[in-house]
Design a protein around this ligand. Structure first.
Ligand code: KG4
Ligand code: ZN
Length: 350
């Protein structure tokens, strides 16, 4: 439909420079440049390296997105950019670029929440999000369960991790197994050759005594330590570490807890749609287990395709288009890069 808003989205909160273009719920372009290889030898994202890489990649990525969509900047109705949360220096590059483009092309600008964008991206694949929905956001920096009554108005936090994020746990376990960075995709692959029932790793915050205060919260630090101890004891005994079995058993522990709590959240709030977003939503076992368990309770699971789960510009454009269509006022041109942006703000107010 031609009258749906044409929105360009810029994402630079971590190590991916993303520029996406959507028309309403239709994805027209999703250009991405990643600095992940530059961080691999450090075992984690180095903020200064990421900022510099964004600076170099932004203009070419922007051009690729416009070419891919077959539009010019003059054609777009609005520019959306991740305002936060994320790495301060990295965010600043995207926000400054978006302001420059908005000013030069005389377009409204929307500073948007990265986490809300991880939820909104699903609309590109599955259409408008039924509301209310429960959203589970699982990325390198966040693991949260949210109740979404109206995506333009923010979400009600139901629970979150009390220590490591789910993606962080994947990254740390991959590191201790010597598998490389980022760990999620590598463990996902390694787990395919392993037995998920071979090692009984702990399921954080699932014991009855923990559920009283932390029913919808997560904890992955004990699991990470348990994996480290198990691997150490093998090495001390001079026995080989069965990497695939450790990967599969660790992955099973994470996915078991995530899906059990997400479905409990849906059932206790009478919600029949679960949307999963963030880099860990790309995990093959999480997708299957969520489907299986949700189906038993008549809950529909919506997970975008893996490329849309990890950071990208299309998710920012999708949220921007949603805000434009809902008549939400644009942000002011002096909008900040807000590294600690909370989940209650979907966009920076005008
Ligand atoms: O959403 P994202 O791209 O960036 C953040 O906002 O953090 O998420 C990155 C995280 C990393 O920790 C990465 O290891 C994890 O998502 N990840 C995965 C998979 N693909 C990416 N975790 C498990 N399985 C995967 N297939
Ligand atoms: Zn993310």
């Amino acid at each position: 439909m031609r009258d749906e808003p044409l929105v360009l989205g810029i994402e630079t909160s971590c190590d991916e420079t993303g520029v996406g273009i959507v028309r309403g719920h239709t994805l027209l372009a999703d250009a991405l440049a990643s600095s992940v290889d530059q961080h691999a030898r450090f075992g984690g994202v180095v903020p200064e390296v990421a900022s510099r890489a964004h600076l170099e990649a932004l203009v070419p990525t922007m051009q690729r997105a416009l070419d891919e969509a077959g539009v010019t900047l003059a054609d777009v109705d609005a520019i959306a950019v991740t305002s936060g949360p994320g790495l301060a220096g990295a965010l600043l590059v995207g926000v400054a670029a978006a302001k420059g483009y908005a000013l030069a092309a005389e377009k409204p600008i929307y500073g948007v929440n990265h986490l809300a964008a991880h939820v909104a991206v699903d609309t590109l694949e599955h259409g408008p999000l039924p509301e209310p929905a429960v959203a589970m956001l699982v990325s390198g920096g966040h693991s949260s369960l949210l109740l979404v009554d109206d995506l333009t108005a923010g979400a009600t936090p139901l629970g979150a991790t009390i220590d490591d994020a789910a993606g962080e746990a994947f990254d740390k376990v991959a590191r201790l197994l010597g598998l490389g960075f980022p760990g999620g995709p590598i463990i996902d692959r390694s787990a395919r050759d392993g037995d998920p029932a071979s090692i009984a790793f702990p399921r954080g915050l699932t014991a009855p005594k923990d559920l009283a205060a932390h029913r919808f919260d997560f904890s992955f630090s004990g699991l990470k330590t348990a994996v480290a101890r198990w691997v150490e004891s093998r090495e001390r005994a001079g026995e080989p570490v069965p990497v695939a079995d450790v990967s599969a058993s660790f992955q099973e522990a994470v996915c078991d807890v995530l899906t059990a709590k997400a479905i409990d959240a849906c059932r206790s709030h009478g919600v029949d749609t679960l949307v999963i977003g963030g880099g860990v939503a790309a995990n093959s076992r999480l997708r299957v287990l969520a489907e299986e368990r949700a189906a038993r309770h008549g809950i529909a699971v919506r997970v975008p395709r893996p490329q849309l789960c990890t950071d990208n510009g299309a998710m920012v454009a999708a949220l921007g288009a949603h805000l434009v269509a809902a008549g939400v006022a644009p942000s002011r041109l002096d909008l900040p890069a807000d590294s600690a942006m909370g989940l209650t703000a979907v966009s920076v107010p005008g």
